[in-house]
Design a protein around this ligand. Structure first.
Ligand code: ZN
Length: 213
């Protein structure tokens, strides 16, 4: 479902571009709204959310899918935590499809899916690991890196229950907006993947914008 936002970028409290292959880590306070914009299209923003007061509580793909009865995320989705609490509401979405089943790229998956020679290539898991190593103040550990959301990524489920990494359906300027219900840590890897069509084989930047209310 496509739902446009009534917010204007000129009223955003802050705006920040996350370059292709880079990471973002920061706090979104309860009541604040985060917009992620796919600036050039066909990008994937691999994102995890944690309760800022206790990061042991984090986004749960399984609880979210069960509660909404839908494997895809979009406008109207409520992101549910590992303790069953609502963390964020998806309040606007001009892309229409976001994956939370396909998982993130890692050197291991690059090796298995593509080639042993791809092992050394940058991956979302490595970006997250770098983020938490460079920002110990958030109290995140290796064990906290769990299942994530792939904003803008199109991973249709096939008739026989498999996953297909399909062409992205996003386009330049498409965005998704989330309003936090609790203070959350946002940990994002702007995916550096070159081997599957989720990025159009060409990773590109995304922009983050935050509104106070
Ligand atoms: Zn990735």
């Amino acid at each position: 479902m496509i739902r446009e936002s009534e917010r204007t970028l000129s009223q955003a409290r802050e705006r920040q571009v996350v370059d292709a292959g880079d990471y973002y880590i920061g706090i979104l306070r309860a009541g604040e709204t985060l917009r992620i914009t796919d600036l050039e299209g066909n990008q994937a923003a691999d994102t995890l959310f944690y309760n800022a007061a206790d990061p042991a509580e984090r986004y749960s793909a399984t609880d979210t899918i069960c509660q909404q009865g839908n494997v895809y995320l979009g406008a109207g989705s409520v992101l549910i935590s590992s303790r069953g609490n609502p963390m964020l509401d998806v309040v606007a979405d001009t892309c229409g499809r976001h994956d939370t089943v396909g998982g993130a790229c890692a050197s291991e998956s690059n090796t298995v899916r593509y080639d042993l020679a791809r092992r050394c290539m940058h991956s979302c898991r490595d970006s997250w690991m770098l983020a938490i190593a460079e920002h110990e103040e958030y109290g995140l550990d290796k064990r906290d890196i769990t299942h994530n959301i792939n904003f803008f990524m199109n991973v249709p489920i096939t008739a026989d229950g498999g996953l297909q990494f399909a062409d992205g359906i996003s386009a330049p300027g498409k965005y998704v907006e989330l309003t936090a219900r609790m203070d959350v840590i946002v940990l994002m890897s702007n995916c550096p993947q070159l081997n599957n069509p989720c990025n159009g084989y060409n990773p590109t930047p995304v922009e983050l914008a935050v509104w106070d209310h």
